[in-house]
Design a protein around this ligand. Sequence first.
Ligand code: HEC
Length: 473
Amino acid sequence: MNTRINDSEEGQGRGRASVLVGLFAVGLVACGDDVAGTETDAGADTTGDVSETSAGTGEPAGLSYWQDVAPIYFERCGGCHSEGGIAPFRLDTYADAVLWAEASRLATESRTMPPWLVTSDGSCGEFRDSKALSQEEIDTIAAWIAGGMLEGEQRDDLTIPQVDHLEGGESYMTPTFVPEPEGGVFAEFDEYRCFLIDPELEHDVFMTAYDVVPGNEALVHHVLAIPVDPTLDVGAGVTNLDVIEALDAESPDRDGWPCFGAAGDGVEVEGIPVTWAPGQGVVNFPEGTGYRVQEGDLLVVQIHYNMSDPEVLGQSDSTLVRMRFEDSVEREGFFELPDGFLESLFSGEPASLPAGQGSTKFTWEMQMDGYLQWLGLESLDVYGVFPHMHEFGRKIQMRVDHGDGQGPQCAADVQSWDFDWQLYYFYEEPLTLGPGSSLEVTCDFNTEGLSEPLTPGWGTTNEMCLMGLFLVP
Ligand code: HEC
C-alpha cells in the first residue's frame, strides 16, 4: 500500500497520505485496480465527449473530473484538501482525486466529509451556512467513479474560494508555538493546547462576530476561544486563575497548558462563543444578538494542532483570533452547557455505561418550566447548538417537545460523531422554548474497546453528552 500511495505524482501528498494508509487500506485496495485501468481509458475516451452525460438513460458514463467533479472539489473540499491545507491529501488535482476516489465516495455518501456534523436535509432542524453537500453533488462524485473516473479537459478557471475575513475588531495572537504530538490512542498525531490572553477590557462588551486566521494552516485543525472569569471560585476557595496557573506551571518550558476539555481540567467555563474550523470564514452572531464578555475576563484559546503529516513536525504556529465587540446589543444571548451525563457526577449516583458494546445509549431531559422560572423568563429562543462528546461518541440527537401535544420533534442530529470537529450550528429560525416545553438529548457511544464501564468526565477516557445551547431571551 505504501508503494501505491508514494507512487502518486504529487509530491506534496506523500507524507500525509501514507499516514492514512492504515485507515483506508481496504478502500484503496478495492479501487486500486480500477485506478490503473482507468487512467488509460480516460486518456482514450475523454477528448470528445467528456461533458456529455447521458441524461435520460440514467447511465453515469461520461462524467469527468475537470468538468463535473473538480468544481465540487475546489469549492467544497479545496479549503482543506489543497497544498498546505489541514487535510492529509489534496483533491484539486486529477491524480490525487483518483487516488482518493473510493474513500471520497464513502466519506461523502456517509456525509462525514466535508465536516458538517448535523443532518442538514431538513429532517431535523434547518441550519445557517450549511457546508453539507447536496444529494446531487454526492451523486455526481459517485457517478464519476462508477463511470470510470475520466479526466476530461483540464481547466484553469477553477479556484479555491478565499474565505472572507473580519474587518476591524480586536485582534489577539496566540504565542509562537511548536506543537508536539501528545501520543496515545486519541492524540497520536495531535496536541490540544490552551493559551491565556488578557483582552484588557475596561468595561463589559458584547461579542457580535469573530474570525480566526491560523498562522500555519497545515497545523491548525480547530480553534475555540473561551472567556473565563479568573476570580470565579471553583470550589474550596480555589479560583479559575489558580487552576490555570497550576496547569500552566506543569510545563514551564512551553507556552500554555494541555487541554483536551474546553479550557483545561478544572477550569470552569460559562460558554464557548468562538468555535472555528478551517475554511469557515467570519461568523456573525444572529442579527441583533451578542454574547457578553465581562470586564476582567480572560480569554482561553484552545488550539487543536494536527501533525499527521510528518513534514509539519517542528513547524510553528501563531494564530490570530479576531472579535468584534459592541457596547450594546438588542438581545443579549448566553450559553448553557447542559450535560445530564456529566451532571450525574454531582448527583451522588454517577451514570455509567456498560463496556464492550457497539452501541450503548444515554438519554437526559431538561424541563424548561423550572429553568425559565429560575431565569424569570416567559420563554427563550435557541439560536444555536453545540453537540459535544469525546472519542467514544457515535451519535447525538436533541429532540424538543414544545408541550403543545405534538410530542418531541427532532431539533439537531449528528449521525456520525467526529471529535475532531467542534462547531456551533446556528438555526435559520430560532426554536422557541416556552412553558411546558422540554429538551431530550440522547448520546450513543461505542464501548467495544473498553474493559471497564464508561463514566462521565472531562478526560479523554471519560465521556460527555453535552448539547451546548446559544440562548436568547
Ligand atoms: C474543513 C476542512 C475539510 C473540508 C472542507 C473537507 N475535508 Fe476531507 N478531511 C479533512 C481532514 C482534516 C481530514 C483528515 C481526517 C480528519 O481529521 O477528520 C480529512 C479526511 C478526508 C478523507 C479521508 C477519510 C475520512 O473520511 O476521514 C476523505 C476521503 C475526505 N476527507 C474527502 C473530502 C471531500 C470529498 C471533501 C469535499 C466534498 C472534503 N473532504 C472536505 C478536512 C476537510
